[in-house]
Design a protein around this ligand. Structure first.
Ligand SMILES: [Zn+2]
Length: 333
């Protein structure tokens, strides 16, 4: 919540004769959130290898060159979540802002949906060798010649923020690493320091390990159990330097549909079990989807509808929020 809104709320409550406890921040809001499950719906705005067809590989080199279907899916997903009374958190790769028209994304921002930074070229922020930074730079190494991987990565994060400022006129809401890491950034204080220096106070980088489904095979109880158990390892926490981690909750659409080649019904079951676990434990669930994958595998938005429905039925036990709200609660605990 913005300070101005909080001030307005306090004036309103004061006029109504209702005492507001605490000062300076948003204590009542925090109290209201404290006993709820916090559920996020996040979409990474990028193209995905193997979609729309298995043979498609070139997106590795142009992650941000979104096709029309991907943009349309993102817009409609945001519209549906807003109609359900909530917000959807997007993460954009900076290359997106080289496209001629970004009005669709401006509309998403104007509707109130937070948009975070996902680096400019979808780089691996853990890379320590030039060849591991990104496919684009394997093909075109002259683009990064003479710079260390750390310098290239830092510049890639900075450029994505600069592109957002220039074309959307706003700052990114948080940072998500391309790819998820089983240990998050626990062993990389250098990367955490870089993100803090670039203005981020939370990151979404951790994707906990779980049993990997065998391709095309219906997952058995052991796979679903493993995914539910992994939810406990996908809870937010604060690193020793103060940066907050908001993990991604398994299983991602890419894990299900690219790696597992799952049917939609299996994916929906995994999502339902994860959200139900989070609601039962008043915990966090951070759905990770990619419109470039979902427009092919879930064209009727069933995963998003399912999450909205589960949260609605949970009443005051759960809320759909942006990752910034989840980070704020993690910091206050
Ligand atoms: Zn990504």
């Amino acid at each position: 919540m913005h300070w101005t809104n909080e001030l307005t709320r306090r004036r309103f409550l004061a006029a109504a004769g209702i005492a507001v406890v605490g000062s300076g921040s948003t204590p009542n809001l925090r109290a209201a959130e404290d006993d709820k499950a916090l559920i996020a719906i996040t979409l990474d705005l990028e193209m995905s290898r193997n979609f729309p067809t298995r043979e498609d590989m070139h997106w590795d080199y142009e992650k941000g060159n979104l096709n029309a279907e991907t943009k349309a899916y993102a817009v409609e997903a945001c519209r549906r979540v807003k109609a359900a009374g909530a917000l959807l958190h997007c993460f954009a790769v900076g290359q997106v802002f080289e496209q001629e028209n970004v009005d669709w994304l401006k509309g998403i921002v104007q509707a109130g949906h937070p948009v975070g930074n996902h680096t400019y070229d979808h780089v691996n922020v853990l890379a320590t060798r030039s060849e591991d930074v990104q496919f684009r730079f394997q093909r075109a190494p002259w683009l990064i010649k003479g710079r260390t991987p750390a310098e290239v990565i830092r510049d890639n994060v900075r450029l994505a923020t600069e592109a957002m400022r220039t074309r959307l006129g706003c700052e990114p809401t948080g940072f998500r690493t391309p790819g998820g890491f089983s240990d998050g950034l626990r062993t990389r204080p250098d990367v955490r320091a870089m993100l803090r220096e670039l203005g981020f106070d939370w990151v979404s980088s951790l994707y906990p390990p779980h049993a990997t489904p065998r391709p095309m095979e219906e997952p058995g109880a052991e796979v679903f159990d493993s995914i539910v158990r992994a939810q406990a390892a996908a809870q937010p926490f604060v690193y020793p330097d103060g940066l907050v981690e908001v993990p991604m909750s398994p299983i991602s659409d890419i894990g299900a549909f690219r790696t597992g080649r799952w049917r939609l019904e299996w994916f929906l079951k995994a999502v339902r079990l994860g959200v139900e676990w989070a609601i039962d434990h008043r915990a966090v669930y951070d759905f990770l989807g990619h419109p470039s994958c979902l427009y092919v595998t879930d064209p009727d938005f069933r995963a998003i509808a399912l999450i909205c429905d589960l949260v609605r039925k949970a009443g005051d036990r759960a809320a759909i929020v942006g990752l910034d709200t989840i980070a704020r609660r993690a910091r206050s605990r």
